[in-house]
Design a protein around this ligand. Structure first.
Ligand SMILES: Nc1ncnc2c1ncn2[C@@H]1O[C@H](COP(=O)(O)OP(=O)(O)OP(=O)(O)O)[C@@H](O)[C@H]1O
Ligand SMILES: [Mg+2]
Length: 425
């Protein structure tokens, strides 16, 4: 039986067969792997941004456990280095050591009682970012409110937010967490007067927040974020890895990742002397937050992260957040709530989405939020390890990520599984 011939433009055909008529991104960049519908797939967020194909270079990498999200990110950073791109990684599982070794750098290991301290209240000292004193205070206040909200498990009240802002103001030009906590527990007459309040009342307003933040200063997380940044940290290499694996099981993992990310973004301040850093030239940088679900699920933190992403874009940074599923982002608020809108904003700010296999229960939400066609959504439940649906600036590709033997060693996270005896003991 033969069918009558049908003629259509590739534009129209593309709607019916989204992958079969794609012709790649056409912007060069590093090779990621095979487009499963033919050809090599390469990608460079900076070039696509410069070419106007995408309006933000940020990426979201989604997928079930063990699908190859981190393996892709590691090899992508490795390949991008050929083009002089540097990478900074927040590594909650301590799995970027192989990549660091290949690069000849040692990860910065953060642990309670260790000898590395990072001040999350550091701010980039660069003129490039043009941050006024007021802006710095506002951003510090935002970060502290996000940390407090994550710890308290609720939004901070307007009174608490005022208490935070006044404590930041009272803590000088280079504040530290202990200084801010002290200023909240025992506010000055001047701070109280500025709110037409009394010291006792202002202290009561800020007490719950101060006690939560105190955990970072005197509690089980002591020694990591409670003072000025350890001097002389080498940030000049092509790769900086912040290894947080000693804290992976902590119930404060979200707060820890947020503090680490805040410091890292300050230290990134291109061009000038950033806290703890030497003089560095600006350049293309990819900032990765692996296991980002731990921070995204708290919307105050997601809000803070989103504003940091916006700031980072102005000095050539592409952010990559790695998560399991969209519901990590969207489930924190009721449909239509401000929180969900904020999560959608973050999604819109990441115009490149690399979506690995999803559980069937996640597919409808992914379809709705990512604007997938039925064909694309149908694929999500079937993608094998190392194969992802790529959405780049409104276009879709299915890409099999290829690893060289050397890269395979660098990205292997299955070693621990293989080392386990067969009975699983
Ligand atoms: N494209 C690929 N080809 C071959 N092997 C791969 C590929 N991608 C990943 N793997 C292997 O699969 C294993 C799991 O990959 P990876 O650690 O990247 O998963 P993940 O999605 O980050 O999981 P998790 O959510 O647990 O962090 C690794 O040992 C890696 O070597
Ligand atoms: Mg991973």
């Amino acid at each position: 039986m033969s069918y009558p011939a049908h003629r259509a433009t590739t534009r129209h055909l593309g709607a019916a067969y989204p992958f079969a008529v794609a012709e790649g991104l056409g912007s060069g960049g590093v090779v990621v792997g095979h487009d499963v519908f033919g050809g090599i797939f390469s990608f460079d967020p900076f070039e696509l941004y410069a070419a106007g194909v995408i309006t933000s270079p940020n990426m979201l990498v989604l997928g079930q456990i063990g699908r190859g999200k981190s393996a892709f990110v590691k090899s992508f950073l490795w390949r991008q280095a050929l083009f002089g791109t540097r990478a900074w990684v927040v590594d909650p599982k301590g799995e970027y050591g192989g990549l660091a070794r290949a690069w000849g750098v040692a990860p910065l290991r953060l642990l309670p009682g260790g000898n590395l301290r990072l001040n999350p209240l550091d701010m980039p000292l660069t003129s490039a970012q043009g941050l006024s004193t007021n802006e710095k205070a506002r951003r510090r206040g935002e970060l502290l409110a996000a940390l407090a909200s994550a710890s308290l498990g609720r939004a901070v009240s307007p009174e608490e937010r005022s208490a935070i802002d006044l404590a930041v103001e009272a803590s000088g030009s280079e504040p530290t967490l202990p200084g801010v906590v002290e200023a909240m527990l025992d506010p000055s007459e001047e701070s109280a007067r500025s709110l037409h309040s009394a010291r006792r009342l202002l202290a009561a307003d800020g007490r719950q927040v101060a006690l939560e933040l105190r955990r970072l200063v005197t509690g089980d997380l002591r020694g990591m974020f409670d003072g000025h940044t350890t001097p002389g940290i080498d940030l000049d290499g092509p790769l900086v890895v912040l290894d947080l694996s000693a804290l992976y099981r902590s119930d404060a993992l979200g707060v820890i990742i947020t503090c680490a990310t805040a410091w890292l973004q300050a230290a990134l301040g291109a061009g000038d002397r950033a806290p703890g850093a030497g003089d560095r030239a600006p350049g293309r940088v990819i900032v990765v937050v692996d296991e980002a679900w731990a921070v995204m699920k708290n919307l105050a933190v997601a809000r803070w992260l989103q504003s940091s992403w916006k700031l980072a874009r102005s000095f050539g940074v592409a952010n990559v957040a790695v998560m399991h599923r969209l519901s990590d982002l969207l489930s924190a608020g009721a449909a239509g709530s401000e929180q969900v809108e904020l999560a959608r904003g973050l999604l819109a700010d990441s115009e490149t989405r690399v979506v690995y296999g999803q559980a069937p229960s996640e597919v409808p939400e992914a379809r709705r939020e990512l604007g997938l066609s039925l064909t694309e959504a149908g694929l999500l439940g079937q993608l094998g390890r190392g194969v992802a649906l790529w959405q780049v600036g409104g276009r879709s590709f299915v890409v099999r990520h290829l690893l060289s033997p050397a890269e395979q060693q660098m990205v292997d996270t299955d070693a621990a599984m293989r080392a386990r005896p067969p009975n699983g003991q």
